[in-house]
Design a protein. Structure first.
Lengths: 113, 115
């Protein structure tokens, strides 16, 4: 498995501000991903964080709104920019450790007021 | 467009019962099918995953049954315990040519196991 930590675990932010979420994994991994889980809902892939190149975004998610960094093989950040109440969600990072095995972090619970 | 349909939305069983959660998918390009367990306030935890060339896989009390022709798969929890009470998500994963992968999740099933 993988030991994944996220910071912050939760935050309450004002509309129009930005929040950067950090994801740290205990060993080097090639693939890291960012997901969003709206309250009581399923998970949706935001983007794949690629080390050494730009992130790959899914339909409906754009770099200006969700810029992602991946400076090395154990760390990534997701920024939620110019937040609105609709951005209130749980944001999760995940990593691929082995074939058929993708592991999730504990999540960051974001509330935008 | 939802590519993975999960049912039921909620499920209540007695301790020792065998809850069954079903999922159906539409895209035949999926490469593997994992199940995740999520407790309130926690991230999803990988339970078990199956490839489409396998019809059944067991890990402890958890069993996945897979029907490729019907594009359906299900999770069975043997001898269920109150500690199994959680939300369960099925997912389908597509591995791209570049080696990346995308998980598509079902909407989840909230399981309650009564003592």
């Amino acid at each position: 498995s993988a030991v994944i930590s996220q910071k912050p675990s939760r935050d309450i932010c004002q509309r129009g501000t930005s929040l950067t979420i950090q994801c740290q994994v205990d060993s080097q991994v090639t693939m890291m991903f960012w997901y969003r889980q709206q309250p009581g809902q399923s998970l949706t892939l935001i983007a794949t964080a690629n080390q050494g190149s730009e992130a790959t975004y899914e339909s409906g998610f754009v770099i200006d709104k969700f810029p992602i960094s991946r400076p090395n093989l154990t760390f990534s950040t997701l920024t939620v920019s110019n937040m609105s109440p609709e951005d209130s969600s749980i944001y999760l990072c995940s990593v691929k450790k082995a074939p058929y095995e993708q592991y999730f972090g504990p999540g960051t619970r974001l509330t935008v007021t | 467009q939802q590519q993975v349909k999960q049912s039921p939305q909620s499920l209540i069983v007695q301790k020792g019962g065998i809850p069954i959660i079903n999922c159906a998918y539409e895209n035949t390009a999926f490469d593997y099918f994992p199940w995740y367990q999520q407790f309130p306030g926690k991230g999803p935890a990988l339970l078990i995953a199956i490839r489409p060339d396998v019809s059944e896989k067991k890990e402890g009390r958890f069993t996945i049954s897979f029907n490729k022709s019907a594009k359906q798969f299900s999770l069975h929890i043997m001898d269920s315990q109150p500690g199994d009470s959680a939300t369960y998500f099925c997912a389908a994963c597509h591995i791209t040519q570049g080696g990346s992968e995308k998980l598509v999740f079902g909407k989840g099933t909230k399981l309650t196991v009564n003592p």
